[in-house]
Design a protein around this ligand. Sequence first.
Ligand code: TRP
Length: 332
Amino acid sequence: MQRIVSGMRSTGRLHLGHYLGVIQNWVNLQNDNDCYFFVADWHALTTKYDNTKDLRQDVIDVVIDWLASGINPEKSTIYVQSLIPEIAELNIYLSMITPQNWVERDPTLKDMAKILRNKESANSQISYGLMGYPVLMSADIMMLNATAVPVGVDQVAHIEITRDIVRRFNNLYKTDFFNEPKPLLNHCSLICGLDGNKMSKSYDNDIKISDSEEVTAKRIMSAITDRSRIRRDDLGHPDQCEVAFKYWQIFGDETQVDIVKSECEKGTRGCADCKRQLGALVNERFKEIRERRRYYEAHLNEVHDVIREGSEKTRAEARKVLTEVRNIIGMY
Ligand code: TRP
């Protein structure tokens, strides 16, 4: 049994990339582990500090998507980062012991900084808070003394820094108090966006968990297929199909994938028909999740209760760790 901590930034409604890449993993882990999942609203502020009008709603949307996807508050603890002020205090202690060049080296942070710099606006500055991104993440993880952190591949570099910070803390203060958390990757293949790039809201190539069946079907009709195929009866090349066939491999069973492959190769399956079927398949897969989502949208008080109870429980845990940390360091 692992003590598991993971979070997502509150950037609004989640898409199938979040679901397949991370949430599904969490849903499986919650059955036999001690799981804490939180909305990282402070981390959202590292880049969205000048546009906070949707912050509150974004937090709610993320939690609804989790609950709809099967994160069960009876099994997992769900909380909001900014409701645990102990994390901010731990962040201060960790920031004192983290060498500046460790954060400067963080490749994920470098990518974020590059994107920000390319945005031609007054707010394209990289703030002190953004530089501290991996340190704050370490505080999130160490606040509950986690042993494992299930994340997408893009987050692994951050977790490496956390492991370094844990080792440094334990060395400096001659303790073995903190666990070295290991990243847990999902083995599901990564889903690309409808245009073949990484699925992302900012590329407008995503399908949201919360999209209606109509929107999903329509969006899937825009997915790229085999670009060499012009007429319906041209022979197809599923291995060169840039998006649609990949989705079949993710959502279809073996028999379905075989049929799609052979009909496409023989030229008896047009891309439009193929994508119509694919849309129906994806909608079937997310039917129950979307029904649950509608339930929580209509019962927002339940969502707020989950957040409040989870945050109280987390805070009690966090206080224990913080007392220990203050003692170890030798604070007044
Ligand atoms: N950086 C993560 C993301 O962008 C969110 C996150 C913040 C996180 N703190 C964390 C993930 C701690 C795992 C553990 O999705």
